[in-house]
Design a protein around this ligand. Structure first.
Ligand SMILES: *Cc1c(COP(=O)(O)O)cnc(C)c1O
Length: 342
């Protein structure tokens, strides 16, 4: 086993998840006859406070299905410049939904109400595309959590302009843990939401898309269109139930470990970390590259079975904590980094 700080996507399914395979109530999910999957979808609807939900193989497919189902081709979507939908989904919105993406450039990667008002295209102008959707993120891919009042303002503004709102909530359980509110309280400010089961929640695969009954029906057809209709899904959706019911409740531990890492890294001469910006399980820091022997670091980390994303040329570096990382693993990492000071 590696101690892997690269991402929370590396989490292994828990023992209970593996055992749950044997008790899954299976059926063909394209016929909507997989009882375990139906149970997971019911649970996801309850947790998000939405009418209906659907299991999708990945978060990217979930986001793109929402873009596709909220828009018609030629529409325009307003979203943050660094949002996962534009930055990490291979240009899928242009390819699959044939929409244009209008980006908001804010230091904190948030789409504010004023951005929506500024970027919304005028109606009845044949030279302009029709704006139809705003995509928000919480937590953001950078690990920031957006306060609820800001989300509420953006949502209310979008609705008053007749726009739909989608929330990329890949790590929404981390956001809810940080804010100390229910996932439902966050989802009040969006029409649809995608969240991942396969990151900090440890399920081996899958994400949920939640929204109105009518919207999920559309998503179900589009999921089929993309080849995402699946059969005896209970084998993996049972893990999704455990992810929501149990694993969401321990995320605060990952946040504590991230705080520990951030503070300890920041105390090392030659590393800076903006602790205020560490909200969830993601730590960004900056190495002064002239002060560390990266080659030695790489050798020592390998010897100790530790994997990290190495600092880029500018020294920017990201560490992610999760279920398979303990406090002593963080301490070992810190000791090795310290020993590589020049
Ligand atoms: C990981 C992630 C996704 C996509 O999830 P995959 O399951 O990797 O496809 C979407 N949005 C954000 C913010 C993410 O962090």
């Amino acid at each position: 086993m590696f101690i892997d700080f690269r991402s929370d996507t590396v989490t292994m399914p828990t023992k209970e998840m593996k055992e749950s395979v044997f008790t899954a109530k299976l059926g063909d999910d394209v016929y909507e006859e997989d009882e375990t999957t139906k149970e997971l979808q019911k649970l996801a609807s309850e947790v998000t406070g939405k009418e209906d939900s659907i299991f999708v193989p990945s978060g990217v497919m979930g986001n793109q299905l929402c873009v596709m189902s909220h828009t018609t081709s030629g529409n325009e979507v307003i979203l943050g410049e660094m949002s996962h939908i534009i930055d990490n989904e291979a240009g899928a919105s242009a390819f699959l939904s044939r929409v244009t993406l209008r980006t908001v450039l804010n230091n904190d990667f948030t789409v504010y109400d004023k951005d929506i008002i500024r970027l919304m295209r005028p109606k009845n102008n044949i030279q302009k595309p029709n704006t139809s959707l705003v995509c928000l993120e919480n937590a953001t891919a950078m690990g920031n959590v957006i306060p609820l009042n800001i989300m509420a303002n953006s949502f209310n503004t979008a609705k008053s302009l007749g726009l739909s709102v989608h929330l990329d909530g890949a790590r929404i359980f981390n956001a809810s843990t940080y804010l100390g509110v229910g996932v439902k309280d966050i989802c009040k400010y969006t029409d649809s939401v995608m969240f991942c089961l396969s990151k900090g929640l440890c399920a081996p695969m899958g994400s949920m898309v939640c929204g109105t009954k009518e919207f999920i029906k559309k998503v179900r057809q589009n999921r089929k269109l993309l080849g995402g209709g699946q059969r005896q899904l209970g084998f993996v959706t049972n893990a999704g139930i455990i992810a929501i019911e149990q694993m969401s409740k321990r995320l605060f531990k990952d946040h504590e470990n991230a705080q520990f890492l951030a503070k300890t890294l920041n105390d090392i001469d030659g590393i800076t970390c903006d602790i205020e910006k560490v909200h969830i399980n993601i730590v960004f820091c900056k190495f002064n590259m002239t002060k560390f022997n990266i080659e030695k670091m790489s050798t020592l980390l390998k010897e100790n079975n530790i994997k990290i994303s190495y600092p880029d040329k500018s020294g920017e570096c990201r560490f992610v904590t999760h279920n398979d990382i303990k406090v002593k693993d963080c301490e070992l990492l810190i000791d090795i980094i310290k020993s590589c000071k020049i």
